[in-house]
Design a protein around this ligand. Structure first.
Ligand SMILES: *Cc1c(COP(=O)(O)O)cnc(C)c1O
Length: 415
């Protein structure tokens, strides 16, 4: 007989989540999560909350797509639902320029592989019908690249990340959409990092038919909740013809619980799976916060604070290679080159949660999700400068302070 092993109660410390994600959850979201009663998934207020979330999501995405809802789980859950319309043998072009679009490419290869292709290499299939256009780390996918690849390969689907969090690069969504329209290709976009950070409306990109995001980045709703997705009518019509081999991640079936049935809004949802009142309440509050602040206002705030952080690390001698507004990806000053991982580990040991890149080359990623204040950015900058000094590097505090003041005092003066 084995003796039961009882571990001490799990305590997780307070950290500064200054990475690419997850973002710092708002106290209002946590209060909503903890404050929900144990209502079951068919209780009237839970169903009403889901329908309200659906309507708020359409505003956050900027769309009239009826099939707009949340998928229980993380970003990959939403992406799995989006890619579920890709069937074995489908011709797909995927643009990859970092870790996450790389995994999107793997997902597509798994879905598009025939049974024989999958069996040949089950964890890393290489179906003949999928073309991966590999754009080097640190570069963006341009409209020209998409145009050229779609003209050559004439696929059914094309996929790209909007913001590639692995390398911190923004890809050309307008060029992608235009090329998809021109070549009559259905675009699929991983918008995990951009939703709730960038000011964009998906209805402005008619070449894109499927969108997927996540709860934990721009929406700031880490308590495992819902990955926002949205699908055009054409996507749904295509899926209706082919079907797909999943019940739980089926875009049409999953939409039912959010009150979307036969392509129409109905008053309340029907059972798909057991949704959590805690998760619904938290997600509802996160969407309310997003809309109260306003998408445009939030995007402006991110750009402002990212500029301050960028100038401050440049004043330390770092080279910034990213262009996202929620994240700075950088190389250390020459004297410390190659010690990026060491510095990240030292910071993380002090609960200052910055990140390395997850694929080569090793760079440092500092994120500002829900850290949109002068105090928060100054704290990050101070900690980062201390970490550079601890490695034996030099930081000129006067230059760093001037860089921060240059952004913040000018903004105050302008008001
Ligand atoms: C974070 C991220 C993902 C994965 O999201 P999870 O919530 O970790 O599942 C996918 N794509 C992009 C572009 C991301 O930034």
């Amino acid at each position: 007989m084995t003796v039961a092993q009882l571990f001490p109660k799990l305590e997780i410390p307070e950290t500064i989540a200054a990475g690419p994600g997850p973002g710092n959850t708002d106290a209002r979201v946590l209060a909503a999560y903890a404050g929900a009663g144990l209502a079951d998934h068919m209780h009237g207020d839970v169903l009403r909350g889901m329908v309200e979330c659906k309507h708020m999501l359409r505003q956050v995405w900027g769309t009239e797509n009826v099939h707009t809802f949340g998928v229980a789980g993380t970003g990959w859950s939403g992406l799995d639902v989006m890619f579920s319309a890709v069937m074995p043998g489908d011709r797909v072009v995927v643009f990859t320029n970092g870790t996450f679009s790389g995994i999107d490419g793997l997902t597509v290869r798994m879905k598009a592989a025939t049974a024989a292709e999958l069996a040949l290499s089950p964890l890393d299939p290489k179906p003949a019908s999928v073309i991966i256009v590999d754009v080097p780390h640190g570069m963006s996918v341009t409209g020209g690249m998409v145009e050229a690849a779609l003209a050559e390969h004439k696929p059914k689907w094309a996929a790209m990340a909007h913001w590639e969090t692995g390398s911190g690069r923004i890809n050309d969504i307008a060029g992608f959409s235009a090329a998809c329209e021109k070549h009559d290709v259905m675009g699929l976009v991983d918008a995990v990092s951009s939703l709730g950070v960038e000011n964009f409306r998906i209805d402005d990109y008619p070449g894109v038919h499927g969108w997927a995001s996540c709860p934990q980045k721009g929406i700031c709703c880490l308590p495992l909740t819902y990955a926002p997705v949205s699908f055009s009518d054409r996507y749904i019509e295509t899926l209706k013809k082919t079907g797909t081999r999943t019940f739980v991640h089926h875009p049409i079936m999953e939409a039912r619980h959010w009150g979307i049935i036969d392509g129409k809004d109905v008053e309340k949802g029907t059972y798909h799976r057991t949704h959590s009142a805690y998760a619904v309440a938290a997600f509802h509050e996160a969407l309310r916060i997003t809309l109260q602040q306003g998408i445009a206002e939030r995007a402006k705030d991110y750009a402002h604070h990212e500029t301050a952080l960028r100038r401050a690390v440049q004043a330390m001698g770092c080279e910034v290679t990213s262009n996202m507004t929620s994240l700075v990806v950088l190389n250390l000053p020459k004297a410390l080159a190659g010690r990026e991982m060491e510095l990240v580990q030292a910071c993380r040991a002090q609960n200052f949660g910055i990140w390395p890149t997850l694929s080569e080359p090793v760079q440092i990623r500092i994120g500002i999700l829900n850290l949109l204040s002068r105090e928060a950015i100054t704290d990050i900058v101070t900690r980062f400068a201390d970490a550079i000094r601890a490695l034996g590097g030099e930081v000129d505090d006067v230059r760093v302070t001037e860089a921060l003041n240059g952004v913040y005092d000018r903004a105050v003066a302008a008001e």
